[in-house]
Design a protein around this ligand. Structure first.
Ligand code: A3P
Length: 275
């Protein structure tokens, strides 16, 4: 196709334009949101925003309005579905209403994984980021436990975010249950083709991924994409080594999340193997 240049100097094929997302991955941070976006994006009729857009959660961005949002979207053909992911949407109060006002029939994807693992993953990311800035971080055990009561420190943000039902509730109040598809992040790791096939169905797409789309990369310890003979893994920062955690603390965390998980399972009518 003929290439055109837009007012910002970006090249795009004739017949393509920016289109607003029909589907949004709202979170949860460290549950595999990047893998989900990249793996859905394998489908020929899906185009994904390359960066986290932070339109609905960031007051400054939101104030810039719908055209700003539209401009952040990739170029697409009419039959393609545009999708973006910004995990902060999940935990930011005003976002469900804002998304609803934007498009009341938008499709939402949310990915969960074992909340204990998510908490550790969150800590590990923060720890490694701070290390790069030459900053030290307290041990996981010290942050996650209250030193006096020896109970879980519920004020710690990494713990908060793992109480999924608390945030999901805000979405369930605004959207129909059938507009929200829940992805199992642990299964996305062990069997990505199966988990992505469900997403394709939810998005009304013809099935595209097969087990042959992925191969297990032993060095990374995760599945990577094989496309047209080219192998591609997620960026380095995905699939970090987690620190060893004191078994007592792990036990405390597991117990802490159990009642919250139970509420979540009731709410979504689906259970996960988190015990
Ligand atoms: P860890 O780095 O703690 O293992 P997010 O993209 O939401 O930040 O989630 C990051 C997590 O995605 C990683 O957490 C990793 O476990 C998970 N993940 C799922 N599938 C993956 C894959 N194919 N390659 C790398 N990481 C994957």
């Amino acid at each position: 196709p003929k290439m055109l240049t837009d007012s910002e100097g970006r090249q795009h094929p004739e017949g393509t334009e920016h289109r607003l997302p029909k589907a949004i991955i709202i979170g949860v941070r460290k549950c595999g949101t990047r893998a989900l976006l990249d793996f859905v994006n394998i489908h020929p009729n899906v185009v994904a925003a390359s960066h986290e857009v932070h339109y609905f959660d960031n007051a400054t961005n939101y104030a810039k309005g719908r055209d700003w949002y539209l401009n952040r979207m990739p170029y697409s053909y009419p039959e393609e579905i545009t999708i973006e992911k910004s995990p902060a949407y999940f935990i930011t109060d005003k976002v469900p209403e804002r998304i609803y006002n934007f498009n009341s029939s938008v499709k939402l994807l949310v990915i969960f994984r074992n909340p204990v693992t998510r908490t550790i993953s969150d800590y590990t990311q923060i720890y490694q980021k701070r290390l790069k800035q030459n900053l030290t971080t307290e041990r996981f055990e010290h942050l996650v436990m209250d030193p006096i009561t020896l109970e879980v420190n519920t004020k710690y943000m990494a713990v908060q975010i793992s109480i999924y039902q608390k945030y999901l509730e805000n979405y369930f109040r605004v959207f129909n249950r059938n507009q929200i598809h829940i992805v199992d992040g642990d299964k996305l790791i062990s069997n990505p083709a199966m988990e992505i096939a469900k997403v394709e169905k939810f998005l009304g797409l013809e099935r595209f991924v097969t087990p042959d789309t992925f191969y297990f990369n032993k060095t990374r310890g995760f599945h990577c994409i094989k496309k047209d003979g080219v192998e591609r893994c997620l960026a380095e920062g995905k699939g970090r080594k987690h620190p060893n955690i004191d078994p007592f603390v792990l036990h405390k965390l597991k117990k802490f999340f159990q009642p919250h998980n139970k509420k979540l399972f009731q709410m979504i009518g689906q259970t996960f193997d988190w015990d």
